[in-house]
Design a protein around this ligand. Structure first.
Ligand SMILES: Nc1ncnc2c1ncn2[C@@H]1O[C@H](COP(=O)(O)OP(=O)(O)OP(=O)(O)O)[C@@H](O)[C@H]1O
Ligand SMILES: [Mg+2]
Length: 224
């Protein structure tokens, strides 16, 4: 596989990283993820300790519990890292996966088998009643040997009846499949998939709301 990294160069000076820090959190509601070792194994520690008490209670802790539950249900699926559970109420420990994020690759430099693997892992997770809800380029790791791992179950949605999911879980499963198809189309330079039916309607509605929220934010920001 061609490994060509797309580094976006920013002129702004970046804040110094903490020891082992993998990626600085994008905002104050994001966990700090660091690389560390536990019992001689390399692990990634996702940690909300530095967040405010309110954020920890209302977002961090429920999010970590959801992730641990998802990893538990998905245990043993190839392409899902092993989870070692919670370490205190505000941090979680998972197997560290060596590789690059899908988002670090340039379009045209990824082979289709990567997306076949993403589809396969998504299908295996759905069969166990877990929808990712947040499948994107920063949540997919490709190892040097071309293996594919999916991480980040902060937005996972569960169903106790995977063979017959309810409307809510079905929507998120469709969302996962659509996200995977969009990434495939983007990286392999294929036509963009068009979501159809009720899912397509809800999807476009949701995107419209998101775009409107972005515009409002911009206007408010410009008015400051
Ligand atoms: N198990 C892991 N092995 C290697 N790197 C990891 C692992 N878990 C997380 N990371 C790195 O940390 C980053 C953030 O992790 P994660 O996606 O779980 O957190 P997040 O707060 O949801 O971030 P984002 O909103 O950017 O997706 C990932 O994009 C990846 O670079
Ligand atoms: Mg993520």
């Amino acid at each position: 596989m061609t490994i060509s990294v797309n580094r976006k160069s920013g002129s702004a000076e970046k804040p110094a990283r903490r020891e082992g820090e993998i990626k600085p959190p994008r905002n104050r509601s994001k966990a700090l993820v660091t690389k560390s070792t536990r019992n001689g194994r390399e692990v990634a520690v996702k940690d909300f300790t530095r967040c405010s008490a309110v954020l920890k209670r209302l977002y961090g802790r429920p999010t970590l519990r959801r992730e641990v539950r998802a990893y538990g249900l998905l245990q043993g699926i190839e392409g899902i890292p092993q989870c070692f559970g919670l370490e205190g109420p505000d941090s979680m420990v998972i197997e560290y996966v060596h590789g690059r994020l899908l988002g670090d690759f340039k379009r045209g430099n990824i082979e289709s088998h990567v997306f076949d693997r993403v589809d396969g892992i998504v299908a295996a997770a759905h069969a166990r009643g877990v929808a990712f809800g947040d499948l994107h380029e920063s949540n997919i790791i490709i190892t040097g040997s071309g293996d594919v791992f999916l991480i980040d179950f902060a937005n996972a949605v569960f169903t106790g009846t995977p063979h017959r999911p309810g409307l809510f879980a079905r929507f998120f499963m469709n969302l996962d499949r659509h996200a995977a198809a969009r990434m495939r189309a983007r990286y392999l330079r294929l036509p963009r998939p068009v979501p159809a039916g009720v899912f397509g309607f809800l999807y476009r509605f949701g995107r419209g709301l998101k775009a409107a929220r972005g515009r409002i934010k911009k206007v408010l920001h410009a008015g400051r």
